[in-house]
Design a protein. Structure first.
Length: 214
């Protein structure tokens, strides 16, 4: 399933994202510190001899092809999403247009290339759930285990606080230990375990829900 199912309003798209992070690079993984103003994030890559800068910003319509390509890789090759048919360009545009200022979409960018994205979405369409959101974080499959998930989820949580949301939830396939560990690192706790509610790649799948109060 994802770490959430995925909104950035025109007002947020037109503004530079003010939430910031700063990272210090070590040989294994960066230590991320939160602070204010714009930021650059450095992490190690096996194919380069020096750290490369990664920045985050609100997503725009021009990012949708890259966002869709990252997501559709997992549709076809992973159980981190329970979608089994790749999203079309039009479906991704509709998804983007449905997001508003209270449900932002952000992207991580390295040298002009989108290498990951994250979003906050409505947990449930009924009105009384309006202060509860679900997170999603998807990384380009060649950029896993480099601290990028920490960067994106950390920023989503900062945005959720600034917007005034009360709680963030993540629905995660029970076999996705990296996603579970990422959420636990930020203080999410497991609140439910649903048995065999998904079926993908020829097997039944469990979903756990993790929750963080803001």
């Amino acid at each position: 399933m994802k770490s959430g199912c995925e909104n950035a309003g025109r007002g947020m798209r037109s503004q530079e994202l003010k939430v910031a992070m700063h990272a210090v690079t070590f040989t294994k993984r960066p230590i991320v510190r939160f602070r204010h103003s714009s930021f650059r994030f450095f992490f190690n890559q096996s194919h380069v001899s020096c750290p490369m800068p990664v920045t985050t910003r609100p997503a725009t319509a021009a990012d949708l092809d890259a966002i869709n390509a990252i997501y559709n890789h997992y549709v076809e090759h992973s159980t981190c999403t329970y979608q089994t048919v790749p999203s079309t360009t039009q479906e991704r545009r509709d998804w983007f247009d449905a997001h508003g200022t209270e449900h932002p979409i952000i992207v991580a960018e390295e040298n002009g290339q989108i290498i990951g994205w994250g979003s906050l979405s409505r947990f449930h369409p009924r009105q009384a759930y309006c202060h509860s959101v679900e997170d999603s974080v998807y990384l380009h499959h060649e950029y896993q285990c480099k601290g990028l998930g920490t960067l994106l989820l950390g920023e989503l949580l900062e945005l959720a606080k600034k917007i005034g949301h009360h709680t963030v939830l993540g629905g995660i396939d029970a076999d996705q230990q990296a996603s579970i560990a990422l959420h636990a690192k930020f203080g999410f706790i497991k609140v439910s375990h649903l048995k065999e509610v998904g079926h993908k790649h020829g097997r039944w799948l469990d979903v756990i829900w993790m929750q963080k109060m803001l």
